[in-house]
Structure formats: structure tokens, C-alpha cells
Design a protein around this ligand. Structure first.
Ligand code: WT7
Length: 630
């Protein structure tokens, strides 16, 4: 795989990638195994939101992640699993072992009648079986839809129904810290509402007492016991759908972002190798859950495509104590560590004493992802974890981008705390002004867009291409709009300032304000609600809900409990509002629109200077809300 060795080389490579994108991405793609090479590197049209990479080529993701490494690296460790409970043994799977498991499970899927194009929902904790299931799906051309194991039954059934999955793969239960989560119980509730599901495979992880529905539910171990370990891959056309991953937007239900085979594969492999400057033999530890895109691209696919060793950690950063990440680094001699600012901030608040007993000397590169990293957290990370000796790559990207778009290249790009720095080769970033014009020059700020395709970009919203076009390609015609605000400093370095739409980023979890409102409004105590974000020291953003109540709702604390419970049931515990203010009226314009701008200011703690309030129907409403602000 091509690797960038100096800052001058980065500039050169960037220039080539912009001047001759097709030649550039063709060369990158040469690293991978193809059945048949492509006829055309790129066809695209941002007006209709149609993009195709490597047309005419055929390949297989699972073959590229596994089979291809067997000749030279069969006995190399592909996956290290570290359990939630440090007293339990960790597990390793070599490339050969992982390959065998995946082949067996691919045969299991085929045996159940799953075929190319079928949708398979995966609702599993952070256990190797999650990676096995994903790789087995891609091996046979089935489209996986991984649902984060923190989502509620309603969220699971919504996602299953949207993409009409016929199979669900889950486990009995899991512990996160000392908390038990009964996954199968949650699934049982979800499956009451999902007519498309025919079978449910259950992995026995915790020996928990669960119900197995005859005819529908089957044990993973029973299926695997006699499964054939030999499976010859078929190669699929480059644009064959690879996976769906649901993500929140500013309006409506979460969208099933669709990624396709060859482009995503090439981009995941290239960015993993280059951003982290991965060297053969190194151990890579990404703390993200496989339920999010970071887990897809940089825990499973990116590392395996490069023959790397990837650590999968089931637990949390604070169990049994807040030194657990560093114990994992110490124990497995981790070289590259990739986490989210929210985790860093939560550990930062616990002090530095814990580092005295940990050996972090194997660390060479640190990464950050998911939200802007504030300078204080950056320096704490640099000093305590990196010992001022490891570059920190602040990687900006999204579910829709498939892989990292703006980031330093470890050891190559000069760093600046809190800056994602420069676009990777092939990424044509632009900032737009309010009139929809590109802003030239440096020392400026605008909305971040990308004006040329890259292989890893999403191709559609599952089942709704028009929504894909509308959401990403209609705000600025001819551009992909990211939804993020961004600064570009005098050196041309990019600093992401956060979402400019109604999308919240709570502890790195992406949540639409509308989704939380919809959940709250489902309770009959509630007449109306408005949800906004506010700055939160550890989570980055907290959730602030303003609600108006029906006459029969009584007892403010009771109402708050009910709201938190409703949101947990409809979405998941991570979307629970931090603050709930009960108000008589919401501030509305004469045309009846809720003025969120004002609520946002109040939630931020502003008392005066709320901006223009002259269009309000009743300005006294604002004073009452201000007086009761939490
Ligand atoms: C949103 C995408 C990409 C994997 C995890 C999140 C924010 C992401 C950064 C960063 C500032 C960041 C953006 C983006 N974001 N990385 N390094 N600096 N902001 O994926 O759930 O699709 O969320 O996360 O606001 O739009 P996602």
C-alpha cells in the first residue's frame, strides 16, 4: 500500500490526487485483490447524487481482509479480544482462525437461505462474533446493518423494518462495567414488530436465561458445530451494496446510509495505512463500538485490509477503575490508540495519579475522533498518554464519508491542537458562504463542503435515493454538504467548529433533536417539546428539553422521570435529556414556528442578548422561560 513518508510527499501526493484523481485512485486500488480489474475508475454527477467507482471491476471485501493474508501472515494475530471483566481471559484470533470462523459462518448464512443483496441485522456486543458476522455477510454479498447494542427495541424494529432485514444476529446478554444488558429480551420486544425477520441467531455469551422461540431462534453454536470451514469466495461487482448504517439527521427518522463494496474498501484500506502510518506488526486499538462507523472502518475493515492486529475491547474506560484503557494498552502492547474526546475528558477529570503504574511506552501514535477535541483535552492526552512523544491525529469524518477526510498524517503533518489540519489526498474541501459561494483564501470560516467524489463516500440512503440527494447535495448545488461549520486558518489548516444543523453530538453519539422530540411527544403528558444542545464539560454537548404539559400531567419530578424513561424506551439511554424544563409556552413566531435559536441561547446560559425577538408572537414567554432556566 502507498504510504506518505514526508510533508513534502504529502503535498506532492495531494497535488497529483487533485490533478489526476482517476490515475491516483487507480494506483491505490492496485494494492487490493480483484477478480477482474475495473473498466472505468470514476463516473459521477453530484446534481443527481450518482457516483460510481471502479465500474466493471469485481472484488470481495472478506477475501481482501482475510484470504489474501493467509499465504504470508496466517499465524499473525488479526483480532485481540479484551473482555469487560479483567479477571476473564482475553482471546486472540489469527488470520487463519478468523478466516475459518468467517468461512463457517458464511456457510451457515447460505444454509439459512441468505443470498446476495439480502439484509442482515447485527445486534451484538463487542465480541469477535460481531466481526465474524460482518465479514461473513460481505463474503456472500449480504448487506449487513449493524445496530449499536445500546439502542432500544423500538430503534431496532424501526431499522429492521426500514431495510426489511430477514435475519437478526444477537447474543443473550452482555455486561458493560457492572451493568448487565439483556440483549435478547430487548430483541424479543423488537421482533414483535418486524414481519420481515425469519430467523434469529443467538450467540450464548453470558449463559443468561433467555427465551428461544421455536422455529425462529437458533443458537450460534448449534449452527457452527457442523458448519463447513471451506468457502470459496465469489467476487462482486464494484458497486454491490456492502452495508447499511443508520445515522441521525436534522429531520425525520434516522437514515440508512448505504456504502458499496470496492470504493469503501479502497478508501478504508488507504486511510488506515496512511493516517495512522501503520507499520506491519503493530497493534492497533480503536475504542469505538462496532455499532458506529468508526468501529466498521477502523476496528474491522481498515486494519484487516492491511493485515494489522486490531484490539476489540468489550468494556468501558472506567471499569473496574478509570485506568482500564491504559491496562489494555499495557497488557496488549498497543502501538496505536484511537479514541473519542469525550472519553479523554471523562478520564481527565479523574486526575493523573493512575498513570504511575502503567507502562504506555509501546504507544507511537494517538488518534481522536467523533467531535472537536478542545485544547485542554488535547494537551492532557499528549502529556499523560503520549508522554509528549506521540503525534495526535485529530481525524474528521462522518458515517457518510466512509473514512477519514481531514486529518494529520501521523509523523508527517505538523500538528496544531484542536485542528484536524489538512484534507487527505483526493479530498477537495471547500468552505461556503451564506450565499452559496466558495470562500477563497485563508483566515476564514464557512460551511464545509466537498466538491469532488472520493471512493469511500456513501452512495445512497437505503430505499430513498431522493432523500440522499436532498440531504447532502441540494443545499449547495454540485457539492456534498457535510452539515459542519469550519474555520480555515492562515496556514490553510481546518478546524471543525461543530454542526450547523439540528444534529447533536453527545459523547460522540450523533442524535437528531427531532428524534428526541418525537420520542418525548409520544407520551400523553406532553403537548409539545423543543430539544436543543448546550455545552457540556464531559459529553461535549448535553441535551436540554423544553416541554409543555397536558392538564393531567402532575408532579414535575414525576414528569421528568417519565420523559427520561420514554426516551430510553424509544431511542436508548444515551439520548436521555440531561435537563428538562417544564414551561407554560414555547417561544413561537407569528407563523407558529418554535424559535430554537432563543432556546439554544437560554440553554447555553445566556441571560440577555438573545438576539432579535421582535418576530415572536408573545415576547413575555421568553422572560418566563429565562426565569425558570436550569
Ligand atoms: C459528525 C459525524 C466519524 C466517526 C464518528 C462520528 C463530528 C467527527 C470530528 C472531529 C470535530 C468531528 C462532526 C461530524 N466529528 N469527527 N475530529 N472534529 N468534529 O461519525 O456519527 O457520523 O458524526 O461528528 O460534526 O459531522 P458520525
Amino acid at each position: 500500500m502507498r504510504q506518505i513518508s514526508s510533508f513534502a510527499k504529502y503535498h506532492e501526493e495531494y497535488k497529483t490526487s487533485i490533478e489526476q484523481p482517476e490515475a491516483f485512485w487507480a494506483e491505490v486500488a492496485e494494492y487490493f485483490a480483484w477478480g477482474k480489474k475495473w473498466d472505468k475508475v470514476l463516473e459521477w454527477n453530484f446534481t443527481d447524487a450518482n457516483v460510481k467507482w471502479y465500474s466493471g471491476g469485481t472484488t470481495n471485501m472478506s477475501e481482501n481482509c482475510l484470504d489474501r493474508h493467509l499465504e504470508k501472515h496466517a499465524n499473525k494475530v488479526a483480532l485481540i479480544w479484551e473482555p469487560n471483566d479483567p479477571k476473564e481471559a482475553s482471546k486472540s484470533l489469527t488470520y487463519r482462525q478468523l478466516h475459518t470462523e468467517v468461512c463457517k459462518f458464511a456457510n451457515v448464512l447460505l444454509g439459512l437461505g441468505i443470498k446476495q443483496g439480502d439484509r442482515v441485522c447485527i445486534y451484538l456486543p463487542m465480541i469477535p462474533e460481531a466481526a465474524v458476522a460482518m465479514l461473513a455477510c460481505t463474503r456472500i454479498g449480504a448487506i449487513h446493518s449493524v445496530v449499536f447494542a445500546g439502542f432500544s427495541s423500538t430503534s431496532i424494529s424501526d431499522r429492521i423494518n426500514d431495510s426489511q432485514c430477514s435475519l437478526l444476529i444477537t447474543a443473550d446478554a452482555v455486561y458493560r462495567g457492572d451493568k448487565k444488558i439483556d440483549l435478547k429480551k430487548i430483541v424479543d420486544d423488537a421482533l414483535l414488530l418486524t414481519p420481515s425477520i425469519q430467523k434469529c441467531i443467538v450467540f450464548n455469551h453470558r449463559n443468561s436465561a433467555i427465551d428461544m422461540k421455536p422455529g425462529r431462534d437458533i443458537w450460534w453454536s448449534d449452527l457452527m458445530a457442523n458448519a463447513n470451514p471451506i468457502h470459496q469466495v465469489a467476487r462482486f461487482e464494484a458497486e454491490t451494496p456492502l452495508f447499511i448504517l443508520y445515522t441521525s439527521g436534522s429531520t425525520g427518522k434516522p437514515k440508512g446510509v448505504l456504502h458499496t463494496t470496492a470504493g469503501y474498501m479502497v478508501y478504508a484500506g488507504y486511510t488506515f495505512k496512511n493516517v495512522f502510518n501503520y507499520q506491519m506488526g503493530e497493534v492497533f486499538f480503536c475504542t469505538a463500538d462496532v455499532g458506529w462507523v468508526t468501529g466498521h472502518t477502523y476496528l474491522v475493515y481498515g486494519p484487516l485490509l492491511n493485515g494489522a492486529t486490531s484490539v476489540m475491547f468489550e468494556g468501558t474506560p472506567s471499569y473496574p477503575d478509570h485506568g482500564r484503557f491504559w491496562d489494555v494498552v499495557d497488557k496488549h502492547k498497543v502501538n496505536i490508540f484511537y479514541t473519542a474526546p469525550t472519553a479523554i475528558r471523562s478520564l481527565q477529570s479523574q486526575g493523573e495519579e493512575i498513570f504511575k503504574t502503567k507502562d504506555l511506552s509501546t504507544l507511537r501514535v494517538l488518534g481522536s475522533v467523533g467531535e472537536p477535541i478542545n485544547e485542554e483535552a488535547w494537551h492532557w492526552y499528549d502529556k499523560n498518554v503520549g508522554k509528549e512523544n506521540c503525534p495526535i491525529v485529530d481525524t474528521w469524518w462522518q458515517t457518510e464519508t466512509g473514512g477519514i477526510l481531514i486529518s494529520p498524517i501521523a509523523g508527517v503533518t505538523p500538528l496544531k491542537p484542536s485542528f484536524a489540519t489538512l484534507p487527505l489526498p483526493g479530498i477537495q474541501t471547500v468552505l461556503m458562504d451564506e450565499k452559496g459561494n466558495e470562500i477563497a483564501g485563508n483566515g476564514t470560516e464557512g460551511n464545509l463542503c466537498i466538491k469532488f467524489p472520493w471512493p469511500g463516500m456513501a452512495r445512497s440512503v437505503y430505499g430513498d435515493h431522493e432523500r440522499f440527494r436532498q440531504t447532502y447535495f441540494s443545499t449547495y448545488l454540485g457539492y456534498y454538504f457535510t452539515g459542519d461549520g469550519c474555520k480555515r486558518d492562515e496556514d490553510g489548516y481546518y478546524r471543525i467548529t461543530g454542526r450547523v444543523d439540528d444534529v447533536l453530538n453527545v459523547s460522540g453519539h450523533r442524535i437528531g433533536t427531532g428524534e428526541v422530540e418525537d420520542a418525548i411527544n409520544q407520551h400523553d403528558y406532553i403537548i409539545e417539546s423543543a430539544v436543543v444542545g448546550y455545552p457540556h464539560d464531559i459529553k461535549g454537548q448535553g441535551i436540554y428539553a423544553f416541554v409543555t404539559l397536558a392538564g393531567h400531567a402532575s408532579g414535575d419530578e414525576h414528569v421528568r422521570d417519565v420523559i427520561r424513561k420514554t426516551v430510553t424506551e424509544k431511542i436508548g439511554p444515551f439520548a436521555r435529556p440531561d435537563k428538562i424544563q417544564i414551561v407554560k409556552h414555547l417561544p413561537k413566531t407569528r407563523s407558529g414556528k418554535i424559535m430554537r435559536r432563543i432556546l439554544r441561547k437560554i440553554a447555553e446560559g445566556a441571560t440577555d442578548n438573545l438576539g432579535d425577538t421582535t418576530t415572536l408572537l408573545d415576547p413575555t414567554v421568553v422572560d418566563a422561560i429565562k426565569a425558570g432556566a436550569l
